[in-house]
Design a protein around this ligand. Structure first.
Ligand SMILES: Cc1ncc(COP(=O)(O)O)c(C=O)c1O
Length: 482
């Protein structure tokens, strides 16, 4: 536990030691064995550079670019680089946001506010669209129309077109989707939206900085950017495959007029007139300077090489999955995601994820959804090229161990109790009791198979309530000690 406000200040060296000690509990952000949350190019010296750049601009405030022209220059440079990479150079404009979710919220806001006459603006997405679209719809009171994807896990252009109504302000799709790493058929979808005069957003938050390079390397991937007529906006996260430290995404619009309703302006109070392109008003220049340093240090050729390493790592991991009895690729990997599932009832995927973690491979289990089975997701970055060769043996051992342990069998009483629960019945006491019963009380999250199995059979609304309750349990200060 760390005391944030001691009576007397504490020496810097001691504080840094405490922070390092705290970090020891985290998953490893470097080393090519964590397949979610972090993106590692494994380039010597890059972290130090980004840190130094961050420090230079940490106290610069993005609230007013006329006061801090350094930030304006850096933001324009980042937006320009993204626009060029995504074939929007020239008329395309954009904003630097804090992350993919903020970029998507703002894309939806701009679309909504471009049609002020509508009382029920609507957003159309495929069922594989990122959860941040649901968050945007929720925050902005835009109705969400979710269209099932086809058997190939891609948005279905005919079904998406059929979902467009006179109230639709935005149609969106992914390039690629997070869960499976597949690219939606952007040209057909954008054409359908354009035909109805509706904005079309490409969520390239995840892959927007690696897809252009994979295409340059010869990967058979469809066009997905401003080269496609009808694409009106694109989001791309620099804190993903551009390998910048956390806190930077770009939202691009094809032209200035499309961006205009993204701004919020308010002069109706006695203080300064607030004009914000993004959700935050005061914001640090640190992440933006770190992103500029990262892009300039790696450069276009560097990104091409990193994409090449990522591609090789994907191929090695995919071959390991194919060579292992008991698991199979859920879909052929076409970008930077390897997604696998079990093909033997004796192999419980959630037990397998635990067994991989025990062997130092931290993957992301994905619950079953509609007709889709549970899967394990691996976000592959360039750092994985160095470790990928060790994966096959550990995967085989983990599958054997999962077989030996057998599938999770949840106690009948627990299943019955969970089956009778509704989201309204989820109280803090119930969540605390459940967490204790499932062994989560001590803060050790390495053996999660039982928890995941229970969540997997829990309807989405109840799962949301349980996990909200659990996070709320975690996110509170320790009781004060005398
Ligand atoms: C396709 C896609 N869109 C949006 C997001 C949200 O990004 P963030 O977590 O930076 O808010 C993600 C994150 O993984 C993503 O993969």
């Amino acid at each position: 536990m760390i005391e944030a406000l001691p009576g007397e200040g504490v020496p810097g060296e001691q504080i840094l030691g405490e922070l390092r000690e705290l970090r020891r509990a985290d998953l490893p952000t470097h080393g090519g064995r964590l397949f979610a949350y972090v993106y590692d190019p494994a380039l010597d010296g890059l972290d130090d550079l980004a840190r130094a750049a961050y420090a230079i601009s940490a106290h610069v405030n993005g609230l007013d670019p006329t006061a801090f022209p350094s930030l304006l220059a850096m933001e324009n440079a980042l937006v320009g680089a993204a626009a060029t990479l995504l074939n929007g150079g020239g008329p395309a404009v954009g904003s630097v946001t804090s992350g993919g979710t903020e970029s998507l919220i703002l894309a939806v806001k701009a679309a909504r506010d471009s049609r002020p006459e509508l009382t029920t603006p609507r957003l159309v997405i495929p069922s594989t669209g990122h959860a941040a679209f649901a968050k945007a719809a929720h925050y902005l009171r835009v109705a969400l129309d979710v269209v099932p994807v086809g058997a190939d896990l891609r948005a279905d252009p005919a079904a998406m077109a059929a979902a467009i109504t006179g109230d639709t302000v935005l149609v969106a799709a992914s390039a690629p989707s997070y869960a499976h790493g597949v690219v939606d058929p952007i040209p057909a979808l954008a054409a359908a939206a354009a035909e109805r005069g509706v904005r079309f957003h490409v969520d390239a938050c995840f892959g927007g900085w690696v897809l252009p390079y994979l295409r340059r390397l010869g990967a058979d991937l469809p066009e997905f950017d401003f080269a496609v007529p009808g694409v009106t906006s694109i989001s791309v996260d620099l804190h993903k495959y551009a390998y910048a430290p956390k806190g930077v995404s770009i939202l691009l619009h094809r032209d200035e007029a499309l961006r205009r309703p993204q701004y919020f302006a308010y002069a109706g109070w006695p203080g300064y007139t607030m004009i914000n392109p993004v959700i935050s008003s005061t914001r640090s220049g640190g992440p933006i300077a770190a992103a500029v340093a990262t892009l300039r240090s790696i450069g276009d050729n560097g990104y091409l090489q990193l994409a090449g390493r990522t591609r090789e790592a994907v191929a090695i991991l995919a071959a390991a999955v194919e060579a292992t009895d008991g698991v199979r690729l859920f879909t052929p990997p076409e970008t930077s995601v390897v997604c696998l599932t079990a093909d033997d009832p004796a192999v419980d995927l959630f037990v397998l994820a635990d067994e991989l973690a025990v062997r130092g491979w931290h993957t992301q289990p994905q619950m079953s959804f509609a007709e889709l089975p549970a899967t394990i997701h691996l976000t592959v970055t360039a750092a994985v090229r160095a470790t990928a060769g060790e994966f096959a043996a550990d995967l085989a051992a983990a599958v054997a161990a999962a077989r030996a342990r057998g599938p999770v069998v949840l106690p009948e009483a627990l299943l019955a109790a969970a089956g009778a629960l509704t989201p309204e019945m989820v109280t803090p006491e119930l969540v605390a009791g459940l967490a204790e019963g499932l062994g989560l009380g001590g803060g050790d999250f390495t053996r999660m198979a039982a928890v995941n199995s229970l969540l997997d059979v829990t309807p989405p609304a109840l799962r949301e309530a349980l996990l909200t309750g659990f996070l709320s349990l975690l996110q509170r200060p320790a009781p004060a000690t005398e």
